[in-house]
Design a binder for this molecule. Structure first.
Ligand code: ZN
Length: 140
């Protein structure tokens, strides 16, 4: 993978999540579970700063990623936030480097805007409802 994820790389990760999800509306809890990510809200951990909707952190003791989201936000925003953090996880979090998390943090600062944009693009693509099949004379 190159430094900047292109649309093809992002779509591949969206497809992975859609495969986990199966048919129908995206079930983020199912996807997060399948990816072995711990999901918690701010009633369990008050880690979020006032301007943050959510974040992903690494729990070294458990060896697991944790997504924290704000359950007081409207549902669509909670869903977008969790999907966005899953995007960070799949596009960057486990990038294998000898320096692990530290190099990723340095990268984050260098290309912070890019990684935010690609995680949001991932979230948008994942949460988008599939287009109805209007072929063969089917009507809305
Ligand atoms: Zn982000």
């Amino acid at each position: 993978m190159s430094l900047v994820r292109d649309t093809k790389e992002i779509s591949e990760m969206v497809r992975l999540c859609r495969d986990i999800n199966g048919e129908g509306t995206i079930d983020l809890i199912k996807i997060v579970k399948a990816l072995d990510i711990h999901l918690i809200d701010t009633t369990q951990h008050n880690y979020l700063k006032s301007q943050e909707y959510g974040k992903i952190v690494y729990d070294a003791t458990e060896g697991k990623a944790i997504i924290i989201f704000d359950e007081k936000q409207p549902l669509y925003l909670q869903r977008f936030t969790v999907a966005h953090e899953v995007g960070h996880y799949l596009l960057r979090f486990w990038e294998p480097t000898s320096l692990g998390k530290e190099i990723i943090r340095a990268l984050d600062e260098l290309i912070g805007i890019t990684i935010e944009r690609e995680a949001s693009m991932f979230a948008k693509m994942l949460l988008q409802e599939p287009e109805p099949d209007l072929s063969e004379g089917k009507k809305l």
